[in-house]
Design a binder for this molecule. Sequence first.
Ligand SMILES: [Zn+2]
Length: 494
Amino acid sequence: MSALCNRLLIVAALLGGLSGVDFPRLVAQQSRYDVVIAGGTVIDGTGKPGIRADLAIKDGRIVQLGAVARGQAAETIDARGLVVAPGFIDVHTHADDIASHPSASNFVRMGVTTVVAGNCGGSALDVGEALAKIRETRVAINYATLIGHNAVRRAVMGSADRLPTPSEMARMKSYVWKAMADGAVGFSTGLQYVPGTYAKAPEIIDLARVAANAGGIYASHMRNEGTELEQAIAETIRVGETTGARVEISHLKVDSPSRWGASEKALAMIDAARAKGIDVAADQYAYTAASSTLGIRFPAWALEGGEQKIAERLNDPATWQRIKKEMAGLLAERGLPDLSFAKVASYAADKTLNGLSMKQVATRMKAADSADAQFEAAREMMLAGGASMVYHFMSDEDVARIMRHPKVSFASDSGVLEYGDGVPHPRGYGNTARVLGEYVRTRHVISLEEAIRKMTSLPAEQFRLVNRGIIRPGYAGDLVIFDPARVADTAWWS
Ligand SMILES: [Zn+2]
């Protein structure tokens, strides 16, 4: 794996989901152990019930589990009354720019010690170079990455809306091959984004096969998560069936009110594929809102060819009318009357709009809050560089049903955040703590042991992150300590 940092990382999430952090610890050489964590309830990540035990760590590895004699460690942490779990593993992140924010504090504060970046088709094109830079920077958490289809396709074909030629296909394959050789853990797609959305299944299969042959996983932000959810899942499963790749359905959800309840069908499709021997799993974040670009609301054909061409279309009255009609039509199919389910997360051109709903934005920009005014405001924002958005369009029943599935892990879908920058989706600060507080302690949707398994050994196994995700001698000493009675997420929408 491309874990770059073997330093001992212990996260103590004791208060309100916000943790005290200790890394790296400087320890005396002469002690038998570097750290002993004494008297906690060890929940080992396999799903087994917790046991009262001490843990001894040396050189970043767990060396003993059970009773450990006192006075043998450079440092002893009293964990009585607290849970000691493997550090959380977040396999769906956009932490690609971690070298610019090496403390990765939003992840550390929610107990995450390992992230997988390069999701939704977006990654560095030169994975070897990116990993070298991260290694040099000495970031605070373990980092692995996928190679993203959109990065590869853009490098070879720009944002062209067509099939690749044979020589373009060969070049794309060689990019994927090189990334895998350089340490990528798999291949990701973002089939709702430009340019990945222009790719058909055979292209994806051919590229995923290159990653699969090198032992990589196929992780997909699918083509559709609502009106055509079943077709999208079938396409994703087909990639695994054809190439032999393990498959991860990214941020599994039902994103259209008209399809609420379809999670039952989605999970049944996963079970049916698994019964046929196709290794399909999924991840989710524990919220009923998503976060994505503003552009994702526009028809794919309108985004082809780069900024200039997009602006030409939006500025041509007849073309804009056509775009607007399609946008409204796509929303209507999904049971959404307008854009009021959308809030601005980050709009560089006017930060005072951050946190406002599109209804409020339309009132501000167009002195009206009708659906039409909202579309006009969205057009203006696209012309000014686009925005990242939060979309409230899921049902809690679907979120909870997906959560109960044994092959669904928890992942934040977040990047590395700087506190105070924009109004991002709270999942980037609170995802794991929300699971433990809201879904485990308050609502009993899943047990504590199961929640921890879904943040540790399950994602480690799916992504082949060796010797992580379980508390066991020989495994990495990545640990999180928290109070199960108090852990909670404090990040929320404004
Ligand atoms: Zn995505």
